[in-house]
Design a protein around this ligand. Sequence first.
Ligand SMILES: [Zn+2]
Length: 269
Amino acid sequence: MNKLILIVIDGLNYQVARDCMGFLAALEAAKQGCFYKMQCELPSLSRPLYECILTGRTPLESGILDNATIRLSTEQSIFHLAQKTGLKTAAAAYHWISELYNTCPYDAIKHRFTHDESLAIQAGIFYHQDQYPDHHTLLDAEHLRQKHDPDFLLIHTMNIDDIGHKFALDSQQYRNSARRMDGYLSHFLPQWLEQGYQVMITADHGMNNDRSHGGTLADEIEVPFMVLGQGFSLQKDLQIKQTDICGLACQILGIEGHDKAIAPYILRP
Ligand SMILES: [Zn+2]
């Protein structure tokens, strides 16, 4: 069994991740990780795709079809499966994650800081403003990691999506927000990798030049999927689907008896 950190960088387009995130590129060049191009499921919207990443179900399958579908998920998520297996779960994430897997609707006063072992996300620090600084989200995650030692930790940051909605894909502001995130990751990832964590970095969807997303343009649907850690084969040119992430997480965590899709070859045999 391995410990897993899943980092979802909201609204991060694939090509901008490749062009602007030099620290991640250095890790790949040093053969510590491998970068893949992934196409998100449709529609290319946040809440449907959080559900896709965390349960392996497409929006059509889950019924979470837009951002205004505010209800608990009816699927088995990585959090549920891990918690049932006796593993510890945690998340530093936007409040929609709490609404999908813990408590709906979200009440910041009650739910911002969560610690309840009966919940799918046992330890949580949630935020509800898109401008909540990404670096603070990473610090929240590191606090949860040090305090609760979770087997599965979700980290979900929002600033890149927020800046894309204000300035569009092809803007210095959007690209610079990706560069800032790359720098923040360099403060944390080396230590996590040294401590033996497996790490997956991805995005729910990309961004377009109309300052939005939701459709089928390459800019909106092409997202990064990067894996880091000793458990991965680092084999290039694999086609990994967004619906494979949940099953991959289950494999890494040693969860058995689930019905999630399995992506072959990406893990070291
Ligand atoms: Zn967005």
